[in-house]
Design a protein around this ligand. Structure first.
Ligand code: GRF
Length: 187
C-alpha cells in the first residue's frame, strides 16, 4: 500500500477529494495532511474524515529537517501539494526526488510563478481574454511552477465568465483528474 501525504493550507477541497478517492482503492492511501496554517479549513475536513493533520511553521519548514523527518517517519511514497503556497526547500526536494507533485490552476507555463495563485490566476486569465484555461499537474523543483509537467487538461473560457466561474470550471477539472493522475503515478 503506497502512502500519500498531502500539503494543503487553504480550503482543502482537493485534499478531501483525494482522500475519498483513495478510500475506495487498495493500492494507496492518504496517511496525513500537513499544513502551514493552523486556521485552514482543511483541518476541519481532516477532523471529519479522521485523517491525522500536522502543523508546521516557517522556521521548522525552511531552516530545519523537522518536516523531512516527519515525512520519513510516515514512510511517505508521494507528497501531493494541493493548495500549498510556500516554496519547497531544497532539503525536502533532495530527500524526495521526483516524489513531490503540485497542481496549478492554469495551463503552465502561462500564469505561473511567485504570487500567481488562487483568484489572481483566474483574474489574469479573464483580463487577457483567454479562450481557454485549465489545470497543470507537475513535479516540484526549487522554482515556483517550473517542474516537469505530468498532465494538463483544458476548459473553455467565454466572455461572460468571471474569475469565480473560471475558478469553478478549473476546480471541476481538478476533482476529475487529480486523483486519477496520482493513482497512475503510483501504479
Ligand atoms: C486549487 O485550485 C489548486 O489548483 C491550487 O489551489 C487551489 C486549492 O483549492 N493550487 P482547495 O484548497 O483544494 O479547495
Amino acid at each position: 500500500m503506497k502512502r500519500i501525504v498531502i500539503f494543503a493550507s487553504g480550503s482543502g477541497s482537493n485534499a478531501e477529494n483525494i482522500i475519498s478517492f483513495f478510500r475506495e482503492k487498495p493500492q494507496a492511501e492518504v496517511v496525513a495532511v500537513l499544513t502551514n496554517k493552523n486556521s485552514a479549513k482543511v483541518l476541519e475536513r481532516c477532523d471529519r474524515l479522521d485523517i491525522p493533520a500536522f502543523y508546521f511553521n516557517k522556521p521548522a519548514f525552511k531552516d530545519s529537517n523537522a518536516v523531512v523527518q516527519m515525512l520519513q517517519g510516515l514512510q511517505t511514497d508521494l507528497i501531493v501539494l494541493a493548495g500549498f503556497l510556500w516554496k519547497i526547500p531544497s532539503n525536502l526536494i533532495e530527500a524526495f526526488p521526483d516524489k513531490i507533485i503540485n497542481i496549478h490552476p492554469a495551463l503552465l507555463p502561462k500564469y505561473g510563478g511567485k504570487g500567481m495563485y488562487g483568484d489572481r490566476v483566474h483574474q489574469a486569465v479573464k483580463e487577457n481574454n483567454e479562450t481557454e484555461t485549465g489545470i497543470t499537474i507537475h513535479y516540484v523543483n526549487e522554482n515556483y511552477d517550473e517542474g516537469a509537467i505530468i498532465f494538463q487538461a483544458k476548459t473553455s473560457v467565454v466572455p461572460s465568465d468571471e474569475a469565480t466561474s473560471i475558478a469553478e470550471k478549473v476546480h471541476q477539472l481538478e476533482y476529475e483528474h487529480f486523483p486519477k493522475v496520482i493513482e497512475k503515478l503510483l501504479s
